[in-house]
Design a protein around this ligand. Structure first.
Ligand code: ADP
Ligand code: MG
Length: 255
């Protein structure tokens, strides 16, 4: 006889992020204009488009680093608003990895990974250290745990940044051009880590122009231009037969 496993209702929701009619302005400039995007649990989305098209702004709005001016954003069942009491609660469910690593320079690698779980999740030092070491092992950098960020290569620092985000046990990971500041020989080690994460079922939104990664991992490629989503498709379709002239032009430039 099969028993149904009792899960809270919220955990059965098929979506983790809903963006509806999103508008973001900087002064008189509209950076995002009526953007709609739904991210399903375990889905991997690659977000691409020319520089200035609004990719970073979109994922920064999802993490509430930027406040939006119109429309709705719901993350894990909670709508993001100016008035929300628990923005840190929502933000801690969302892992973010930036182009420029953003590690704390005065903390060792393992301490970088321990800080937020202790402060936000209330883990004890030994618990936080154990979790940090587990995740540093997962990104194969545990042997460098007591070094400082400046003593590591860019690729190693970015893997630490990924481990640090994972230490919060996020429900979704947002990547903003995680390999574009790296020397070419270090790109693969970071992409391999991201591929592994994807294979384990993490929900991911990745801004990247690594089209090999997109083909291998993405369920959906979302192409933005001038603050709008212009086109979305599975990677095979997007690369083989982009519908819009703007996507064709973009692909011609990057491939
Ligand atoms: P992308 O990540 O696709 O390159 P961004 O989201 O960074 O694009 O930027 C989208 C547009 O919004 C650009 O024109 C950029 O100059 C503008 N922008 C982004 N952040 C700010 C800001 N803090 N103040 C003013 N304009 C901004
Ligand atoms: Mg950007």
């Amino acid at each position: 006889m099969q028993h149904e496993i009792a899960t809270p209702l919220a955990d059965r929701s098929p979506t983790i992020v809903v963006v509806e009619n999103l508008v973001k302005r900087f002064g008189g400039f509209t950076a995002l204009n009526d953007v709609n995007l739904t991210v399903a649990k375990r889905e991997k989305i690659v977000l691409c488009g020319p520089s200035g098209s609004g990719k970073s702004t979109l994922i920064r709005c999802i993490n509430h680093i930027e406040k939006h001016d119109g429309g709705r954003i719901v993350v894990d069942g909670v709508e993001l608003t100016d008035r929300m009491a628990d923005i840190n609660g929502v933000r801690s469910e969302v892992g973010m990895v930036f182009q420029s690593f953003n590690l704390f320079p005065h903390l060792s690698v393992v301490e970088n990974c321990m800080l937020a779980p202790m402060k936000v999740r209330g883990l004890s030092r030994p618990e936080a250290r154990e979790r940090a070491m587990d995740l540093l092992r997962k990104v194969r950098i545990h042997s460098q745990a007591d070094k400082y960020p400046a003593q590591l290569s860019g690729g190693q620092q970015q893997r630490v940044a990924i481990a640090r985000a994972l230490c919060m046990q996020p429900k979704i990971m947002l990547f903003d051009e995680p390999t574009s500041a790296l020397d070419p020989e270090m790109v693969k080690e970071v992409l391999d880590t991201m591929v592994q994460l994807a294979a384990e079922g993490m929900t991911m939104v990745c801004v990247t122009h690594e089209m090999g990664f997109a083909r291998e991992v993405a369920d959906r490629v979302v192409f933005m231009d001038q603050g709008s989503i212009v086109e979305e498709a599975d990677p095979e379709t997007f690369f083989r037969a982009p519908r819009t002239q703007r996507a064709k032009g973009f692909l011609n430039q990057i491939i």
